[in-house]
Design a protein around this ligand. Structure first.
Ligand code: PRT
Ligand code: ZN
Length: 283
């Protein structure tokens, strides 16, 4: 049995549960309880506040966990990282009042900055040779300048709309964050084996999400060019169509190159292009 800690309720919860389900693990979703057990994998899920997850994994109360890098690194526990998960992306940024003059980070010398991330902020300021007065507060950081508590803020940003609606302007990125899988550093043999199984499944899910299955028809004369555009995993599958001189090609494309390749396929003479999501991808 392996014990996984995830956030009970918040920005990480839904994607963490989704990832576990996509790994083929079923459980009764009751975040109102403190824990639940999977029905088809030796996994127990603990629902915790995100801030508690790194410490619990470091202490072995939980074996593995899912948490934001911002929280993990702020707590000095980045060595627990096993895998980046690609969701809950955000950044820790410095922001000043919209009307304030700002040249570069030295503008903040001697100023007061409100944040919930004093360690990450201090490290950033030190690396820039800036000395400022850090005020650690636990919530509603963005209102600090308007109530006269601080000259600037250092807070988590995703869309940027919270800063704008509080009359603030983002001026520096201090730290970039995403959700990561973390693990206790002295797992026994059985738990290590279960972690490896989970990692194998997570990688299959991630690879699939980055890829699309493409099916298209093309005149046989266009096949050499299309083959170059669609190398696939090994090489594309080519099946003759009932209509003489035409074939159907099946292949896999990377999501990042997707639109570019589709355009080139059309130019090369491809027709009836179907693009299908892939559920799992192994090897
Ligand atoms: O109760 P608990 O302690 O578990 O949760 P929490 O309130 O501390 O954390 P939560 O659920 O807000 O965030 C969990 C994690 O999600 C964070 O540690 C980050 O890793 C990640 N994340 C991603 C974010 C955001 N995006 C985000 N936008 N965390 C917080 N925010 C907040 C930010 O603090 C600010 O108030 O959203 C606001 C800014 O959003 P925009 O879109 O207006 O820029
Ligand atoms: Zn929290």
């Amino acid at each position: 049995m392996i014990r996984l800690a995830i956030q009970k309720s918040g920005r990480l919860s839904e994607d963490s549960l989704k990832l576990i389900r996509e790994c083929g693990i079923s459980f009764i979703s009751t975040t109102s309880k403190l824990k639940t057990e999977a029905t088809n994998f030796p996994l127990e899920i603990l629902f915790l506040r995100d801030d508690d997850i790194p410490g619990y994994v470091a202490d072995g109360v939980a074996d593995i966990g899912i948490v934001g890098q911002n929280v993990l690194v702020e707590e000095g526990l980045q060595d627990l990282t096993v895998k980046n998960l690609g969701f809950s992306k955000c950044r820790l940024s410095l922001a000043v009042s919209k009307g304030d003059e700002y040249k570069d980070v030295t503008t903040l010398s001697g100023k007061s900055i409100a944040t919930s991330y004093p360690n990450l902020l201090q490290e950033f300021l030190t690396s820039k040779g800036v000395e400022a007065d850090i005020h650690t507060i636990s919530g509603s950081v963005e209102i600090a300048p308007s109530i006269g508590l601080a000259d600037a803020v250092c807070d988590i940003v995703s869309s940027g709309s919270t800063l704008i609606s509080n009359g603030l302007r983002e001026v520096e990125t201090v730290f970039k964050s995403e959700a990561v899988l973390i693990a206790n550093q002295s797992l026994n043999q059985e738990k290590s084996r279960l972690l490896q199984q989970l990692l194998f499944r997570m990688e299959a899910v991630q690879k699939a999400q980055k890829s699309k299955y493409v099916v298209l028809n093309a005149p046989n004369s266009a096949i050499p060019e299309i083959k170059n555009l669609l190398p696939g995993i090994k090489s594309p599958t080519i099946i003759p169509l009932a209509e003489e001189g035409w074939s159907s090609l099946h292949s896999v494309v990377n999501e990042d190159d997707f639109w570019d390749i589709i355009q080139k396929l059309k130019e090369a003479g491809a027709e009836g292009i179907l693009v299908v999501p892939i559920e799992k991808m192994i090897g």
